[in-house]
Design a protein around this ligand. Sequence first.
Ligand code: SF4
Ligand code: SF4
Ligand code: SF4
Length: 286
Amino acid sequence: MSMILLIPLFIGCFVALLLYYLSHWWGFVLIFTWIGFSISAGQILAILLKAKDKDIGRRIAILAISPVFLVFLGIIQRENLQLEETIFYLGYGVFTRVLIHYAIAKILGPFIWGRGFCGWACWTAALLEWLPLKENHKIPKRLTYIRFPVLVAGILVPLLFIWSGYDYINLHIDESNGKLHQLIWFLAGNGLYYLAAVILAFVFRKKRAFCKIVCPVSLIMKLQSRLALIKMKPSNIPCRECGLCNKNCPMDIDVMSYISRGNKVSSTECILCGKCKNSCPYGAIA
Ligand code: SF4
Ligand code: SF4
Ligand code: SF4
């Protein structure tokens, strides 16, 4: 077994210990060790499975990670990691663990692992990955621009709440009703995302339709993922231009054009899911 498969576990442990040293909060040890362990376990499982089943390793990993965000952080710790919550905290100048999540998973981390969060750890995608949908239709390019006004709305709406005098932070922290208030926002916000994601998946016959059309978070990671250290790349086996990688890519990337020319997949839509690599019958993708 290659030690490369254990790199996510090592990174998870390193981040866990670093954040524990800086914050003295034990939760970071639990969260990042579990995330690293799940990704490494998913990768090892993929190695053990046959080609057509390899993606199950990743799908189990992303499913295993989601309770960390939804149950441990969202319900037990009262931390909603959605973009809108982050803007509320930033708007009030309050530093919380939500901001650490954004910094690691969506701002700084993508310089190393690109949009690996989308492929391996997103709690919305954790549900989408298991939908009973076999088709992978392409999303028309013009629809992918809808994400831009959604991002603007995701920033402006919390700011409008703040400017109107809505005391979100104190309502959250207040001991008597803060827990219920946070839970309502958490359930409503995530419920809305899940509902939209499932409807779009079935309407467009594509599991990742929400990621392509609506999700504002995808835009936050794009710039860094262009510069990411980890990318899908050609192996030393030539591409036969069969087109299977393109057909299986959940993000509609023209993988073949990168690989057949000997280039890394530099598209900022790549979520490092590895489906192109798993589907290549010749082993042309590393
Ligand atoms: S694009 Fe959005 S919903 Fe899709 S995986 Fe990434 S963060 Fe999650
Ligand atoms: S290029 Fe490959 S790794 Fe990237 S999103 Fe498409 S299938 Fe996944
Ligand atoms: S699946 Fe492999 S051989 Fe076929 S086009 Fe993609 S990289 Fe080339």
